[in-house]
Design a protein around this ligand. Structure first.
Ligand code: ASP
Length: 444
């Protein structure tokens, strides 16, 4: 049994958090491969090490001294080393880095990556594991994609069944230069390590007890999701839920490895388990909605023309106009005499009149209307599929609370129901759906 465990910035923020990581790792001998982020915030107005490193890089670029910021960064690591009673010293490496920075030899990516590098050095010493540099195995191609086969092979050789700590967030280009992933990229490192080593599970330890069923800024104290499938997760993130980056999911999904999101500050909580398929026995949740998410910023363009649906190639011509202006159509609904297109307001804004003019010329419709300030709200859940009454209950709930529905779609797999509402009703719609589907459970 092998568990690859990744700890985020808040789990590595100081010596107290390091101690929690140690006890989590030591409580299960299967947790042999540990990926760490750079130390994050210890309290609300604190700084993340990665932000400070980028700040140093910006100072250097504009020729402004950054001794103080660099000193703060060093100080964070020496505090952790002292608090964990470690005897290893990072001084020589920090001095060497500083000299190279002064000579302009350190790229922004390399500098940013040192946050994870030093974090992993300390964690390896603390756990008594070996340090395995990500630069030894995460291999980028020149186009910025990861060469998975070469990377996996290199890690299999480097890890070799031992207890190891790997810094997250970076790898190397074919010419040996350090390259970072986008922000939050240590999640990707963890997923790649789990996939490379065919782990039984990829545990991603954060500071929340899993993915929440709704946005906590809208719903107070939403429950965490216990089980979710990779498909449901995609649906939720597509409509705005802040979940894992696609790159952090793809490598493990491809190998059929479950991903478990856990809370370092509440280690006995099971968190959220993401799998390809959730077996019915495991599925003991009493809500048949997995999550509710949504986002604002949409417009609905409706083209009306008598007998439009019997005219050939109408949709194609509409799509050609939108394609020319690089506008993605999020949802498309057609009736006998109308076609409605839900598009991102931001994409359409600057060229709205041009687009409408071209649609007018191409289709000679009776009318074209545009409704702006639309939000989409989606209820997602595999247990909803083929269940009678779900959409009835959803619309009744919205109606009873005065939320007017402007657009409705449901995929044929019945994994979600998506509605378009006015932006002013967005928060209310999410709240009432949560209350009615989750809090009041399943009474249909
Ligand atoms: N430390 C990096 C960041 O703050 C990467 C990570 O933590 O995942 O974005």
């Amino acid at each position: 049994m092998l568990k690859v465990v990744k700890f985020g910035g808040s789990s590595c923020a100081d010596a107290t958090q390091f101690a929690k990581v140690k006890s989590i790792v030591q409580s299960d001998p299967a947790r042999r491969v540990v990926v760490v982020s750079a130390p994050g915030k210890r309290f609300k107005d604190d700084h993340k090490i990665t932000d400070l490193l980028y700040l140093c890089a910006a100072h250097i670029k504009y020729g402004v001294a950054c001794d103080d910021i660099f000193g703060m960064i060093r100080g964070r690591y020496s505090d952790i080393a002292r608090g964990c009673k470690l005897t290893i010293s990072l001084d020589a490496e920090f001095d060497a880095l500083w000299e190279r920075m002064k000579r302009g030899e350190v790229s922004d990516d390399e500098l940013a990556s040192r946050g994870e590098y030093f974090s992993a050095k300390l964690m390896a010493a603390y756990l008594g594991f070996d340090f395995v540099d990500a630069a030894l195995w995460i291999k980028f191609r020149f186009d910025g994609s990861v060469d998975q086969a070469a990377s996996y092979e290199a890690l299999q050789r480097a890890a070799d069944g031992r207890g190891v700590v790997i810094p997250g967030f970076y790898g190397v280009m074919p010419d040996g230069h350090v390259k970072t992933f986008s922000r939050g990229g240590s999640d990707i490192t963890g997923a790649l390590a789990a996939a490379a080593l065919d782990a039984d599970v990829y545990e991603n330890w954060t500071d929340v007890s899993g993915i929440l069923m709704a946005d906590p800024r809208i719903v107070s104290n939403p429950a965490p999701i216990r089980h979710v499938t990779y498909n449901e997760l995609r649906e939720l993130s597509y409509v705005g839920a802040q979940v894992l980056h696609e790159g952090a999911v793809y490598p493990v999904r491809e190998k059929g490895i479950p991903l478990n999101i856990r809370n370092t500050n509440d280690p006995t909580h099971p968190g959220t388990l993401i799998m390809e398929k959730v077996e019915d026995e495991a599925d003991n949740s009493d809500s048949f909605i997995t999550g509710i998410a949504g986002k604002k910023g949409f417009s609905i363009i409706t083209v009306a023309k008598t007998s439009l649906s019997s005219e050939h190639g109408v949709l194609l011509r509409i799509m050609e106009v939108l394609e020319k202006h690089e506008i993605n159509v999020e949802f498309i609904l057609s009736g006998i005499d109308t076609v409605s297109l839900t598009v991102s307001s931001e994409q359409v804004q600057k060229q709205l009149y041009e687009v409408l003019g071209e649609l007018q010329k191409e289709l000679k419709p009776n009318s074209i209307t545009v409704v702006e300030h639309i939000a989409i709200v989606a209820a997602v859940g595999r247990r909803m599929a083929y269940r009678l009454g779900t959409s009835g209950k959803l619309f009744a709930t919205l109606g009873e609370h005065g939320v007017n529905v402007r657009m409705i779609t449901q995929g044929p797999d019945e994994l979600n129901i998506i509605v378009g509402v006015e932006e002013k009703d967005f928060e209310q719609a999410i709240r009432v759906l949560y209350d009615s589907f989750v809090k009041e459970k399943n009474v249909l």
